[in-house]
Design a protein around this ligand. Structure first.
Ligand SMILES: [Zn+2]
Length: 431
């Protein structure tokens, strides 16, 4: 290569950098003006605020009049509305099929039909103000394909953190679904965990006790052996993946927590001793309390749940409720999750909003319940530097509400605007 040739290439490179970078540098700023920015520390809101965005992130926050809105900015007026971070739901199966009518209708669902049904559920979740979800077990890796499609802008939906396929053992919870693979013994389970991770999962979900929705073992029984549990957790952690366990059992949970389990789903029959151990070890709880409580009974009747399922739900309900109250008393780390679609209609609102309301009914303050759906949840995901609160540098995932949720959590029932990564996906306000 001649020197002249190198200089020419350098010139072309500088030319490209200057002329093609300019439009990005001049990208229009968005200003969200007039909202009351809710403080998650319970120290009151920043009233009549201005939030400036650069691209998909928050660049400046201040009071109207003190922070200048650039002339070129796209202005979104949210006068008098209450601004909270995008809601996060940590227990969602976008392809959920519960026993009943739906199970019969979807018996032979193709991969393509499943992916499209999940994409629709993802879009509805976002419309309901849920900008981040964690999927602890979906089928055929359609979840991972959808996650990538959303990241590429090919589909609308929340940010997705997924466990790929849940790891069930022969005869255990979730093992008898049609076409479901099961794994037994440490070696098979380690292989299964690595298979999920290499397909794109950042979580591993293990089913260590029985569940409500299937007849695979009692809710309080410890079905997976300690050797199996420890092998999976060790293998996942070596790849930087976190592990969550479906568990209603104190015995199973206690063993798994000793091995470094990151999170427990449901926790139906957990006793105080186990909850204290979780608190001490920093293990998270995702209560999914809506699955067992009276306010959501009409949902299960509506979807044609069989009698045995409704009975099983009811029998777990009281213990589940006591467990949640104890977990709040013991200050266990709690992140909101529903085990229903985030936007599923329940009790005049969505499953997500009803779940938060249940947390307040069980002893949380409204601010604590809001935190469990935002900043606490972000900590569970290890993503608190990017999402979970409205701060400079974080993604502009913002929900506007009619009223103040720190006064009454029912404010989550009246969402008027949803933004994810600086893009508006729902706006019921007339600007
Ligand atoms: Zn579930």
């Amino acid at each position: 290569m001649t020197i002249k040739n190198s200089f020419f290439k350098l010139f072309i490179l500088i030319f490209i950098l200057i002329f093609f970078k300019t439009p990005v540098a001049l990208a229009a700023t968005t200003a969200i003006v007039g909202g009351n920015l809710v403080n998650l520390d319970g120290t009151g809101a920043l009233l009549d605020s201005v939030i400036l965005l650069k691209g998909d992130r928050i660049s400046e926050i201040g009071e109207r009049g003190k922070l200048t809105v650039p002339d070129t900015a796209d202005v979104i007026n949210v006068d008098g509305k209450w601004l909270v971070p995008g809601l996060m739901n940590m227990h969602v199966h976008l392809g959920l099929i519960l026993p009943g009518k739906q199970a019969a209708e979807l018996a032979n669902e193709s991969d393509a039909a499943l992916a499209l049904r999940m994409a629709a559920a993802a879009r509805e979740s976002l419309q309901a103000g849920v900008t981040t979800i964690r999927l602890p077990g979906d089928s055929r890796h359609a979840d991972l394909a959808l996650k990538r499609a959303i990241e590429k802008g090919q589909a609308d939906g929340p940010r997705i953190f997924s466990a790929g396929e849940a790891l069930s053992i022969t005869g255990g919870h979730g093992s008898k679904k049609e076409g479901k693979a099961n794994w037994d013994g440490p070696y098979e389970l380690v292989k299964a965990a690595r298979t999920q991770i290499s397909a794109g999962a950042s979580w591993i979900k293990i089913l260590i006790s029985g569940g409500i929705a299937t007849d695979g073992g009692g809710l309080a029984e410890a079905l997976m052996t300690p050797e199996e549990i420890s092998a999976v957790i060790d293998a996942a952690h070596r790849f930087g993946a976190k592990v969550t366990a479906h568990s209603g059992s104190s015995k199973a949970t206690s063993v798994a927590v000793d091995f470094g389990l990151d999170c427990v789903e449901h926790g139906y029959f957990l006793d105080r001793k186990t909850l204290r151990k979780m608190k001490k070890n920093g293990t998270w709880l995702v209560p999914t309390i809506v699955v067992s409580q009276p306010a959501t009974q009409p949902f299960f009747v509506r979807i044609g749940s069989p009698e045995w399922y409704l009975k099983r739900r009811e029998s777990a309900g009281k213990a589940h409720w006591q467990m949640l109250k104890m977990a709040i008393e013991e200050d266990v780390n709690i992140a909101l999750g529903t085990d229903q679609l985030p936007a599923e209609p329940n009790d005049g609102t969505t499953a997500t909003a009803r779940e938060a309301q249940y947390y307040v009914e069980a002893g949380m303050t409204p601010t604590e319940a809001l935190r469990s759906a935002t900043i606490e949840t972000a900590k569970l995901l290890g993503a608190e530097d990017e999402i979970g609160s409205l701060e400079v540098g974080k993604y502009a995932d913002i929900v506007a509400l009619e009223t103040d949720p720190t006064e009454d959590i029912k404010a989550l029932r009246n969402i008027v605007l949803v933004m994810k990564g600086g893009k508006v996906y729902r706006n019921d306000l007339t600007n």
